[in-house]
Design a protein around this ligand. Structure first.
Ligand SMILES: NC(=O)C1=CN([C@@H]2O[C@H](COP(=O)(O)OP(=O)(O)OC[C@H]3O[C@@H](n4cnc5c(N)ncnc54)[C@H](OP(=O)(O)O)[C@@H]3O)[C@@H](O)[C@H]2O)C=CC1
Ligand SMILES: O=C(CO)COP(=O)(O)O
Length: 335
């Protein structure tokens, strides 16, 4: 069986903290890159992350912290990237060490802005990491619930099944169930799109559309996701059949409906009349679907998939079309 070796977490936010909790319970040692030394010092003193999931306590002796990404990369075999997607490039720009022979796992549910590449494509194209060394973590998984040990199902995608299985074993516990998949691109694109659709759900909620319509919106979102993945991820002449799995539909549902969802919260503010800027400032957290909307719209200019919900969210966020006008047009297009 493949051995993940020494595992390091890259990123210091809530999902990074939840994944660190899961991994260190299994391995009893992790490396952990955080960008700020003051955060690391506070973490060591408090024995928990000072800013995110503060109720999750760690045995500090089991963690090697560093704000030097190169030090972590040189000393660890499996690197789990959990930074919000808009910051990934900046972190990676600090890299001097080679990462092409590392096992790279991305838990990022977003796309690299300006590049219009999902994370596995970015690591492959820019850092020469072979696809067999690239994995992703998908599935409905709000960090706040993982922190509370609430039952959560994660899907580990990797072209190399043995590697996916090995990492799935590392994450498995009484409260975490895992399965594997070879559909890395599909999981990553699905994760980007569900953020866009959660923004749409939030906008409709802010506009006071009710549960009946939300259900129709989410059904249409799933069909839209499937149309896109059919074009981008299905083998020739094959029907794309994964979309109903929990890493796709499950994550769409949890992000579209959960009050923990930042994308839905952001959309709700937009529906209530906030400008994009004021919603972003008030939230203090990042709704990656905002960036995902722009990138997916640009990608779809080449793909020509029928994606009315993506188009509507793009028009609202980037073309300043009034949400009530755009959503009314969308309602007329649904059956
Ligand atoms: N939260 C969740 O439930 C889940 C999140 N994910 C995904 O995990 C990824 C990480 O999200 P999450 O952990 O929630 O993020 P958080 O919002 O919890 O954390 C934000 C992180 O970004 C850092 N940061 C803030 N500003 C900057 C900046 N200008 N440059 C570089 N870094 C910055 C923060 O560092 P600092 O503290 O130093 O300011 C912090 O580590 C995302 O792709 C998300 O989609 C996936 C599943 C669940
Ligand atoms: O992906 C998530 C849950 O699975 C988190 O979604 P938000 O970023 O909208 O909170």
């Amino acid at each position: 069986m493949f051995d993940c070796g020494k595992i390091a977490i890259i990123g210091g936010g809530s999902w990074a903290t939840a994944i660190a909790k899961i991994v260190v319970a299994h391995t009893h040692h992790i490396g952990w890159y955080m960008r700020r030394n003051d955060r690391i010092e506070d973490f060591k003193n408090l024995q928990h992350n000072p800013a995110y999931l503060t109720g999750v306590h760690f045995n500090i002796n089991e963690i090697f912290f560093s704000s030097d990404l190169n030090e972590i990369v040189q000393n660890y075999d499996t690197l789990v990237f959990v930074t919000p997607s808009p910051y990934l490039k900046n972190h990676l720009n600090k890299l001097r060490a080679r990462i092409s022979d590392k096992f790279i796992v991305t838990a990022i549910k977003g796309i690299v802005p300006d590049e219009n590449l999902v994370c596995s494509e970015y690591f492959h194209q820019v850092y020469d990491v072979p696809y067999a060394n690239l994995a992703c973590i998908g599935g409905p998984s709000h960090a706040e619930e993982v922190a509370l040990d609430r039952l959560t199902y994660l899907t580990i995608g990797c072209a190399d099944t043995a590697k996916a299985q090995a990492f799935a074993e590392v994450l498995k516990s009484n409260s975490i169930k895992t399965k594997t998949s070879s559909d890395v691109l599909g999981i990553e694109y699905g994760s980007v799109l569900k953020n866009v659709y959660a923004i749409a759900a939030g906008i409709c909620s802010g506009l006071k559309y009710g549960d009946n319509f939300q259900a129709v919106l989410i059904s249409n979102a799933l069909q839209e996701m499937n149309r896109f993945l059919q074009v981008v991820c299905a083998a020739e002449d094959q029907e794309y059949s994964f979309t109903v799995d929990s890493a796709y539909m499950g994550d769409l549902l949890v992000t579209g409906y959960s009050h923990f969802s930042r994308n839905r919260t952001f959309g709700t503010m937009i529906g209530k009349g906030y400008s994009v800027k004021s919603a972003q400032i008030e939230m203090e957290m990042i709704a990656e679907g905002y960036f995902g909307t722009k990138c997916m719209t640009e990608i779809n200019r080449r793909m020509h998939v029928n994606m009315p919900i993506l188009d509507a969210v793009h028009n609202i966020l980037y073309e300043r079309i009034a949400p009530q006008v755009e959503i009314k047009l969308l309602t007329d297009s649904f059956r």
